[in-house]
Design a protein around this ligand. Structure first.
Ligand code: 5RP
Length: 223
């Protein structure tokens, strides 16, 4: 199976998992990226079986609307049963690195509101220790150099993602060469740097269910 086929398989598995639990009032949180796009396309076939969605990025909102799925502002939604999103890496405790698509802050906000966070990924994303994928950090533009110096003190090697502005108007530093043995602590330490909006570690609020696309079929890991 190709990587795209694995993404489509986990996206369909996520739709199959949530569908029986949805009703006409359900609003679903939807992530960002190529795997999340597969989920949106699979979900669209059932758009009459739920109310609408909250999007974690402008790109996702546009794709949802393109399918005729109503998109709500998060502030207008009081209950979000599910958030479904991809990841750049996951460990076996479902701590994630996200933000390869620069949507990490809105993703983390929607994940915080949702009662169940379902992560969908192809099998290559499961790793024993996080950190081979450079850790994205969203930063207020005027703080970029200050934050980069502080990240070096934490042992990382930050690289400015040239030409990228987030949906919130901020910049991204990708931190290389971090061996992340304590993701909960590192997430908090980086977020404590003045000028950081948030970082791509989803460890304080990990996924609840990981659906992994493999050649042998979709595997599920639970916390
Ligand atoms: C975007 C993300 C994505 O979930 C992550 O980059 C994975 O993307 P893809 O599904 O394209 O591999 O965090 O900010």
């Amino acid at each position: 199976m190709t990587q795209d086929q694995l993404k489509q398989a986990v996206a369909q598995a996520a739709v199959d998992f949530i569908l029986p639990k949805l009703d006409a009032k359900s609003v679903i949180g939807v992530g960002t990226g190529s795997t999340a796009n597969c989920f949106i396309d699979a979900l669209a076939k059932h758009k009459l079986e739920f109310d609408g969605a909250v999007a974690s990025s402008e790109a996702t909102a546009a794709r949802l609307k393109g399918h005729g799925i109503p998109v709500y502002e998060l502030n207008t939604v009081s209950d979000l049963e599910f958030y479904v999103d991809g990841a750049d890496e996951s460990d076996e405790r479902l701590h994630l690195i996200k933000g390869g698509g620069a949507a990490l802050t809105r993703e983390k906000i929607v994940a915080a509101v949702a009662r169940t966070f379902i992560c969908i990924a192809d099998g290559s994303k499961l790793v024993p220790v996080l950190g081979a994928f450079p850790l994205p950090v969203e930063v207020i533009p005027m703080a970029r150099s200050h934050v980069a110096r502080e990240l070096v003190k934490l042992g990382g090697d930050p690289v400015y993602r040239e030409g990228v502005l987030t949906d919130n108007g901020n910049v991204i530093l990708d931190v290389h060469n971090m061996s992340i043995t304590d993701p909960v602590k590192l997430e908090a330490d980086i977020n404590a740097i003045v000028g950081v909006v948030t970082n791509g570690l989803f460890a304080a609020r990990p996924a609840d269910l990981l659906l992994l696309g493999t050649a042998e079929g979709v595997k599920s890991l639970q916390r």
